[in-house]
Design a protein around this ligand. Structure first.
Ligand code: TMO
Length: 315
């Protein structure tokens, strides 16, 4: 009996290794759609269609859903959404790890690009010395009037992104640093409102402070992020700190529902290998925000121009 079992095992092992030598042992991906979220900044939407296009090239079905960029991690956890391909550390790290801690979200790797999501000024503000001492944050104490606008009540205006991105992070920080009497934070309705304000300020040669991030299309022209006191875990008010800190020089991760590796092993494997650089993420944004392509056309163009970048992710 003992020898029989051993013999059977030996024969089994032999035939498995023969099969492996000829046909790779791969499970087929489910035909169920991979659900990819779209949010409200350009690189994220273009990259959604880029990654969807990569999955489709492998024979997968995909579906796109507009989603809130904070609530999406709970949607990934419960399986309504399959992946997130731009998890920015500063803005979404907390929601990502909160959902992971509840069970159901996995870390599917990190892009090559590192990130910064921070207040800053276009480069001409530094060049023309409109606020001496910038980009050090202390310089802001002396030049609120340089950044005043018609609706800012004589204070300097800081144009923040939509409140859905990171709530009261910036108003809290400005208050914590003692700048609350001199500056007012206004939330933009959308990213396009930030780009429109940057364009009109540039035309007028006027001082402006906005929220911005890298990688982005603005990297090409030059945008100077303000140097706030260094970030440390726990420094923010929502994390129990005093709020007197800037944003982290952060990572850009990918997240997935925990069942994705099992339902779509080939797509999941490719997804873990997908890694975009600062230049590549910036290009995806620029195709929309500078070249004015639709998100879908931008993705098509990016995929056509960059087969050598993404094809290897699928092998
Ligand atoms: C999440 N964002 C890149 C807009 O800061």
């Amino acid at each position: 009996m003992f020898t029989k079992v051993l013999k059977f095992a030996a024969v089994g092992a032999f035939s498995v290794s023969m099969a492996a030598a000829t046909v790779p042992a791969m499970a087929a991906d489910s035909s169920k759609p991979i659900v990819i979220p779209t949010h409200n900044w350009s690189s994220q939407v273009v990259m959604a269609y880029v990654i969807g296009g990569i999955f489709e090239s492998m024979g997968n079905n995909v579906e796109y859903v507009p989603a809130d960029s904070q609530a999406v991690y709970e949607a990934i956890r419960n399986g309504d959404v399959t992946i997130s391909h731009e998890v920015w550390q500063s803005t979404f790290g907390k929601s990502f790890y909160n959902a992971m801690a509840k069970g159901g979200v996995i870390d599917a790797g990190t892009h090559a690009a590192s990130t910064l999501e921070e207040l800053g000024v276009p480069h001409y503000v530094i060049e023309k010395n409109l606020c001496p001492g910038l980009p050090k944050w202390e310089a802001l104490k002396e030049c609120a009037e340089v950044f005043a606008t018609a609706d800012s009540g004589g204070k300097g205006r800081i144009l923040e992104g939509p409140q859905s991105w990171h709530g009261d992070l910036m108003p809290n920080r400005i208050k914590a640093l003692g700048l609350g009497d001199k500056y007012v934070v206004k939330f933009a309705g959308g990213a396009d409102a930030i780009w429109a304000e940057l364009a009109s300020a540039k035309k007028e040669g006027r001082g402006i402070i906005t929220f911005n991030w890298t990688p982005n299309f603005t990297d090409a022209e030059g945008f100077d992020f303000i140097e706030f006191p260094a970030y440390a875990d726990g420094c923010r008010i929502v994390d129990g700190g005093d709020g007197k800190c800037g944003s982290p020089k952060g990572w850009l991760k990918k997240a997935a529902n925990y069942k994705f590796p099992k339902t779509h092993p080939a797509a999941y494997t490719a997804f873990t290998r997908i890694s975009f650089t600062t230049t590549q993420v910036g290009q995806m944004a620029a195709l929309v925000d500078i070249d004015k392509l639709s998100h879908q056309d931008a993705a098509k163009k990016w995929l056509a121009d960059n087969e050598a970048v993404w094809k290897p992710f699928t092998n």
